[in-house]
Design a protein around this ligand. Structure first.
Ligand SMILES: *Cc1c(COP(=O)(O)O)cnc(C)c1O
Length: 392
C-alpha cells in the first residue's frame, strides 16, 4: 500500500487550509471515540436500568458472563469489579496458599504483582523473551517446581505468551496456570483465545483496554466449574450460591455491576471488528515506520493473532524522543518505565538491577504510540512524521 504524505508534512510548512491535511494532535487512546459504535444503545440501556432499580447481581450480569465465556471459549465467566480483583480472586480460587511462590514477569503493570501480594503469596520473577516480550519459557523452567503455587504469564500489549510450552511445563510439574489477559481480549494462538489456555484467567475492562467499560470492571474465566464457583463466592463476601447468608470463607466486595455488564455486552458485539481496526492500524504503522531506526513489534508467528492493545516500539534515547513527540502533540507513553523488581514497593523481594536484563532494556527503550479503534490514517501519518523528526 502506498502512503501519500501531504507535502507540508515533509517540509514543515502548513497548508493553512483544508482541515484534513493539517498536522493534528493525536491522543494515546480515544476511549470516547471507541464508544461511538454503541452510544445510542448505551444511553437506552442506562435509562432502562436506572428505572428498573436493579443494579447488582442481575440478569444483565448473567447475560454478559455467558457471552464473554462463549467469546473466550471457556465454560464459565465471573464478572468482578476490576482486573486486579480478578487476578486476586483467581489466585484464591486456585487455592494458592500464603507464602507459596507465584511466578510472573517484571515487565508488567504493577497490578499483576499487587494481586499476588494481596493473596499473601510471594512473587517470583523470571525474565522475558526479547521478541515476544512475554515470559521466557527457559527461565520459567529453571524456577518451576512442585511447590510453586501458580504460574502467571502476562499477554503483554495484546500478544499471547508461549502458552503451549508454558501449559506443558506446568502440567508436568502439577502447577496451575493463571493467565493475565488484561491486555488481550480476543487475541489467540492456534485458534485458542486468551483466557482459554490456563486453569483460570483474569481480564480487566478498565476503559482503555480492548474491551472497556465506562468505569472499572473485570472478569475471571475458567473451564472449571469449581474454580468459577469459588471466584463467584469470593466476589460476594464468600457467600454460598444456595444461601446468601451462609459464608464459607472471608471474601470480598468485588462484583461487576449490572450497568457495566450491559454496556460490555453491547461493546462485545464490536470487539472483533475493533480488534481488526487495531490490527490494520498496526499494519499501517509498520509501513510508515519501515525506514526508521526503531525496533517494531515482532511480526506474528504461525497461528498468532495479536490484538495490539498497545503498539510498542523500541528506541534508543527513548526519553528524548518521548518528550519531542509530546511537544508535537503526540500522546506517546511508556509501558512501563520501571520494571517491578526495581519498584520501591517490591524491594523486599531482594532483587537488584541486572537481574532481568531483557526487561530492564525494554523499560529503557519501549515507547507506546497512539493506538485505538478508529484512529485515522491521517493521525497515524502525523505520528510517523513527528517520530521521524524526533529521531533526527
Ligand atoms: C490493566 C491491567 C491489570 C489490572 O486491571 P485493573 O482493571 O486496572 O485493575 C492487570 N494486569 C495488566 C497486565 C493490566 O494491563
Amino acid at each position: 500500500m502506498a502512503i501519500t504524505r501531504p507535502d507540508y508534512l515533509r517540509t514543515g510548512r502548513s497548508p493553512g487550509v483544508t482541515g484534513s491535511s493539517v498536522a493534528v494532535d493525536v491522543p494515546l487512546f480515544d476511549v470516547a471515540r471507541s464508544f461511538e459504535a454503541v452510544r445510542d444503545e448505551a444511553i437506552a440501556v442506562f435509562e432502562r436500568l436506572l428505572d428498573s432499580g436493579r443494579y447488582i447481581l442481575g440478569p444483565e450480569l448473567r447475560e454478559f458472563e455467558e457471552r464473554f465465556a462463549a467469546f473466550c471459549g471457556t465454560a464459565h465467566c465471573v464478572g468482578v469489579s476490576d482486573g486486579t480483583a480478578a487476578l486476586q480472586l483467581a489466585l484464591s480460587a486456585l487455592g494458592v496458599e500464603p507464602e507459596q511462590e507465584v511466578v510472573t514477569v517484571p515487565n508488567t503493570f504493577v497490578a499483576t504483582v499487587e494481586a499476588i501480594s494481596a493473596a499473601r503469596a510471594r512473587p517470583r520473577l523470571v525474565d522475558v523473551d526479547p521478541g515476544s516480550r512475554c515470559m521466557d519459557v527457559a527461565a520459567l523452567e529453571t524456577v518451576l517446581d512442585a511447590d510453586t503455587g501458580a504460574v502467571l504469564p502476562v499477554h503483554l500489549y495484546g500478544r499471547l505468551a508461549a502458552m503451549g510450552e508454558i501449559t506443558r511445563l506446568c502440567t508436568r510439574a502439577g502447577v496451575p496456570v493463571l493467565e493475565d489477559a488484561a491486555q488481550a481480549h480476543g487475541a489467540s494462538l492456534h485458534g485458542r483465545r486468551a483466557g482459554s489456555w490456563g486453569d483460570v484467567a483474569a481480564f480487566s475492562f478498565y476503559p482503555t483496554k480492548n474491551l472497556g467499560a465506562a468505569g472499572d470492571g473485570g472478569a475471571v474465566v475458567s473451564h472449571s466449574a469449581e474454580i468459577a464457583s469459588a471466584a463467584r463466592s469470593l466476589r460476594h463476601h464468600g457467600s454460598r450460591a444456595d444461601d446468601a447468608n451462609r459464608h464459607e470463607r472471608a471474601g470480598h466486595t468485588a462484583r461487576l455491576d449490572n450497568l457495566q455488564a450491559a454496556l460490555l455486552s453491547l461493546r462485545l458485539e464490536h470487539l472483533d471488528e475493533q480488534n481488526d481496526q487495531r490490527r490494520a492500524a498496526a499494519h499501517l504503522y509498520r509501513e510508515l515506520l519501515a525506514d526508521e531506526p526503531v525496533a517494531l513489534p515482532r511480526l506474528e508467528g504461525p497461528g498468532e493473532r495479536h490484538v495490539y492493545h498497545l503498539f510498542v516500539i523500541e528506541v534508543p534515547q527513548r526519553d528524548r524522543v518521548l518528550s519531542e513527540l509530546r511537544r508535537r502533540g503526540i500522546g506517546a507513553a511508556v509501558h512501563y518505565p520501571t520494571p517491578i523488581h526495581l519498584q520501591p514497593a517490591w524491594r523486599s523481594l531482594g532483587y537488584a538491577r541486572g537481574d532481568f536484563p531483557v526487561a530492564e532494556r525494554l523499560a529503557q527503550q519501549c515507547l507506546s504510540l497512539p493506538m485505538f479503534p478508529g484512529i485515522t490514517e491521517h493521525e497515524q501519518v502525523c505520528v510517523a512524521d513527528a517520530l521521524a523528526v524526533a529521531l533526527r
